[in-house]
Design a protein around this ligand. Structure first.
Ligand code: FE2
Length: 454
């Protein structure tokens, strides 16, 4: 489908029919159960990052609704995904989110399993009059594949290959080389909204001028082109280094634009009265610096050097990328309550280039917000004392209270989303009423309905 540009407050039309769907999909347990059997059990899902299982013995767990999987790199170097349930009495084997182990030992009766899921030890093995059939008592395996630096799993075999499922999105994401990036932040927030309310939020820019005023000062959200792909994936290409065209162009670069200019060694004063020249200046400066440092930026267009490209991978992934960084966001359903979800956010940084350029850029920026701090400058080489950060888990109330932050923008989204779920429960609300500008929301729900046979 060709790129489409929304024109807010203009009689544009959506590239797809807009339906106004019933609210029950956010509220009912029946919907939740259908999603469990028809979506979560059958779709390729991002279980985690490949860098967390790069070497033999490394594992991580992945919870999706009531399911828990272990993804582990075997001694033989092969990556496997297995159900995190001891075949003896069903006990969840592993509770740590990640780590390094030689075998998995059940905390209940000490049954031991290899990294390949094979049963390796049973205390009192002679007392099982029904025997201990090794095949039947191995950890149950599921499909697993690595692509784009991500680990994908599928609980039930059958259907599209991962490559078919991702389609053109694979080729669009490949140049960013997420597999070479390093994790610099790992957060997970429990929320009181349905998992789809989070996806919906990241599938439209209609709300941006109203709850994210900071964006007016550095992005063009009003006319950002978007794209709809087969199987429910979408993309939006948000121009950076500009100001929101819904508002008058300022006489001088905004504070945000000034920080970006300075981080690339440019003087904001030179752009007085010609703020429209900031975006090409940022692109040219970044390409020049990258070239001087021998970085492989030739494959990126000018737009990719200044803009944020965001891909929503069906069903539950939001991936924002720049040549310097990526944000992997993921919304997961609760085990039993349709009004609860888990929102994960991992920040990834492409460490490359010279330390002196990176240090100068950091000084010029002076911003603590990782949204500014990682997206718009070269990061320099990976620090000698780098270590993968531990996952920080908290609740959305921690964000509202100001005890935790996931960047200014995401905090604003998270703070608002509890109100969405509360309002939906009202008897005075029956169905959502989408605009053409929310076509990506519609496309996501169309794919969901196709899975559910609705
Ligand atoms: Fe938002």
């Amino acid at each position: 489908m060709p790129l489409a540009s929304p024109r807010p407050h203009a009689p544009d039309t959506s590239p797809i029919p807009i339906r106004n769907f019933d609210k029950q999909r956010y509220l009912s347990r029946e919907w939740m159960e259908c999603e469990r059997t028809e979506v979560w059990a059958r779709t390729w899902l991002v279980a985690g990052l490949a860098c967390d299982v790069a070497t033999p013995g490394q594992y991580f767990t992945f919870e999706i609704g009531a399911e828990s999987l272990i993804v582990a790199r075997g001694i033989d170097g092969q990556l496997r995904a297995m159900h995190n349930a001891c075949p003896h009495r069903g006990t969840r084997l592993v509770s740590e989110p990640m780590g390094v182990l030689r075998k998995f030992v059940c905390p209940y009766h000490a049954w031991a399993y290899g990294l390949d899921g094979s049963l390796q030890g049973v205390p009192g093995a002679g007392r099982f009059s029904n025997g201990l059939p090794k095949d039947e008592l191995a950890l149950q395996a599921v499909e697993v594949e690595e692509a784009l630096g991500l680990v994908f799993v599928r609980l039930t075999p059958g259907g599209l290959s991962l490559r078919e499922f991702l389609g053109p999105v694979f080729d669009l994401l490949a140049p960013y080389r997420i597999e070479d990036m390093s994790i610099t932040n790992d957060q997970s927030v429990s929320h009181t909204c349905n998992w789809k309310a989070i996806l919906d939020n990241f599938a439209e820019l209609y709300h941006v001028p109203f709850i994210h005023p900071i964006h007016r000062r550095m992005f063009e959200c009003a006319t950002a082109p978007f794209e709809l792909f087969d199987h429910g994936h979408t993309a939006v290409y948000v121009p950076g280094g500009v100001t929101d065209s819904s508002f008058p162009t300022p006489e001088v670069p905004t504070d945000m634009l000034s920080m970006q200019l300075q981080a690339l060694g440019l003087d904001p004063a030179e752009y007085r009265g010609r703020v429209e020249a900031v975006r090409p200046a940022i692109q040219q400066a970044k390409r020049r610096i990258a070239q001087a440092q021998g970085l492989a930026y030739d494959g990126f267009s000018d737009a990719q050097l200044s803009d944020i490209w965001q891909f929503n991978l069906f069903p539950n992934i939001i991936l924002s990328v720049t040549p310097e960084s990526a944000w992997l966001m993921r919304s997961r359903p609760d085990a039993g309550d349709p009004g609860k979800s888990q929102f994960d956010m991992i920040t990834l940084v492409q460490f490359h280039g010279r330390e002196e350029d990176a240090a100068a850029a950091r000084r010029a920026e002076g911003s603590d917000d990782p949204e500014i701090g990682t997206h718009f400058r070269l990061n320099g080489p990976r620090p000698a004392d780098y270590s993968r950060p531990e996952r920080d888990c908290f609740t959305h109330e921690d964000i509202i209270a100001g005890h935790k932050t996931m960047t200014v923008t995401i905090d604003e989204d998270i703070s608002l989303l509890a109100r969405v779920q509360k309002g939906m429960a009202s008897s005075g609300f029956q169905r959502v009423w989408l605009s053409d500008e929310e076509s990506r929301v519609q496309h996501f729900h169309d794919a969901l309905d196709a899975c559910l046979g609705a």
